[in-house]
Structure formats: structure tokens, C-alpha cells
Design a protein around this ligand. Sequence first.
Ligand SMILES: O=C(O)CCC(=O)C(=O)O
Length: 349
Amino acid sequence: MVVVPPPSGAQSIQTVVVPVPGERLPPDRLQLATEALRADGMVILAGAIPMDVLDSLSAKMNEDMLQVSVNDGDLDFGDSNAVIGEEGKAGEERKPRDFRGIRPPPLHPHLHREVVYNAAAVRVSAALLGPEPTLMTYATNSSFPGSAQQGVHADCPFPAHPDHTTTNGRSPGVVLNIPLHDFTIENGATLVYPGSHLNVDPVVIASDNVGDSNAPSDAALAARHAVRPAEQPCPKRGDIVIRDLRLWHGGMPNRSDHPRAMLAMVHVAADYRGPRELHYFWGFEAEETSRDFWHDSILRTSVAFLPAPIAYQSGGHSKPRTPLQLAYEHRVETGDTYILQQQQQQAKI
Ligand SMILES: O=C(O)CCC(=O)C(=O)O
């Protein structure tokens, strides 16, 4: 698939500065950030995380990534790190050194409230998604030098009808990306199509992709690019990028000499129902010793605990029966799922 190169340096995605790293946004900036996210599908909260916190987390993550580079092939792509839906186009080849989810360590002393429950970001997320969104991942998108371009995709399936995106038409969720280094065109800052999250017209996306896919057709990408060009915003270390899961985006080749990593934390709206619920990510695992950490007054957290020591980097280990999965199983029993509702409607016709 050919992506039209973005005009170098052009960025229409808005940046809202957080006055005190780790603290809330003042009300006017919270509103600005929420409106930008609603309109563009992405916003950057600049200076949201204190540097000392990032320094200590990055040191550990860099160490872990080096291990992975050395033991290349030990980890799978990390299906359990995938956010809602599938990534890339069907049949797309994934090279071992491409966009892998090397996990951040889910244990003390590597957990920081300023990162996981960042006061500014969590409030923007809840302002968009409604009360009590759920944190579903504590993961990373890492790309290694020489990585190829990732297929452009959304992180949730395209709706066959706009109403399917949520029960009430709101965004299904967001991902918070926290770059561990300054992102540049050279190290593969993520390509995004601003405003594409609102592009829910099945005809525009391409009929063969509707309902069960999250990869726009080449024609849809070209049409979208003509309306509003794709771009590569370059967030800095200390920033938090908030992206609507519906936004079309893709990792770009890492042409630098260093691995590039960003944390990826998905928040899902409390009332989200969609056509692919069974495939959703149910939550993540953390070390039992960190049980006290995973609570917040705004975000719910879908976490299950494993005894220490936890092999957190291993791609296949997280298939936990988290609270989210248990809730889903209960909804299956009571018929409260998109699929069952559709079946009931079909039966009535
Ligand atoms: O690593 C990147 O730049 C983007 C990866 C991503 O967002 C994804 O795989 O969904």
C-alpha cells in the first residue's frame, strides 16, 4: 500500500501545554484539549509527565528493549498487546523487528501514578468517553531500527453503521501514547489521518472492509488525504498523546540507530458495545505485589494479578480472566451483547 508522503513538518494536530507536569489541566485547557481530541481524533498534552519519572522508567525499558534486540525472535508480536481489533491489513507480513509490544514492567518500583493515572490525561479521556472508562492495557509500541512501515489501521473495527461504534454514538475509547524519546520523522513518528475517526461512512471506507475490519482501503486513504492530509506529529519526551481508537494511523519505518518506544494505555468507554466484542482485549496482568497501585477515582482498571516474579515481557502470557472479561461473560449470559442483540433482531424479522 502506498502512503502519500506527508508534507514534511506540517502539523495540524493541536498541542495543549500542561502547566505543572503530573498535575491537572486548568479548566479552560481541559476544555481545549477535549475539543481538539473530539474534532481531530488526537491531541498532544505537552509536558504532562515529570522528567525524573520518565528517566527512571526509560532506563528500565531501554534495558528491556536491549534484551529483546539481543534475543530477537523470543517474543511474538504480542497478540495480547494488540488494542481493540486487529492491526494492519489481512495477510500483511509482520517482520520480527517491526512494531512489537515490549511491555513496561507492571511491578514496583517501576509504576508511577504520573504515567498510568496521569491527572491531566485521565480527565481529558473521561471528558470525551463519559464516566468511568476502563484502563485495558499497560503496553508499549516499540519499533526497532530497520522496521518496515505498518499498514494504516484504526484500533477498533469500522462500524457497519455509526451507531455501532458505541451504544450512544460516542467514541469507543482512546489510547494514551507516552513517547520514551523525542519522536522524529527519522525514528518513525506515527502517521495519522486527522479527522478520520469521524469518517464512518461505509461507502467511503470501502464496502468490503465494513463490520469486520479496521484497515481503510487505498482509495479511502487517498480520498481522506485529499480532504485533510496525513501527517506525522512529533511528540517530545514528557508529552502524552491521546488518540481516538477510530483514528486511522500506522507506524512508520524507523530509520534511526535506536529502538523507538511509546507506552500504550487504552481506555474504553463504559458503555461501549461493538460488533467484535469477543476479540477485544480484556485487560492485562500485573505482579501481585503491585495490587495497591491499580486504583483511581476516575478510571476503572481491568487488571489480573500473577504471583511474583511475573514474566511481563512474554507476548503470550496475558490472557487473564480480568474483571472486564468476567463482566462480558455475565453480559453473554443475560443477552446484553452486540452479537446477541443482532441475532435476536434477525430472528424477529
Ligand atoms: O508504533 C507506532 O508508531 C504505531 C503503532 C500503533 O499505533 C499500533 O500498532 O496500533
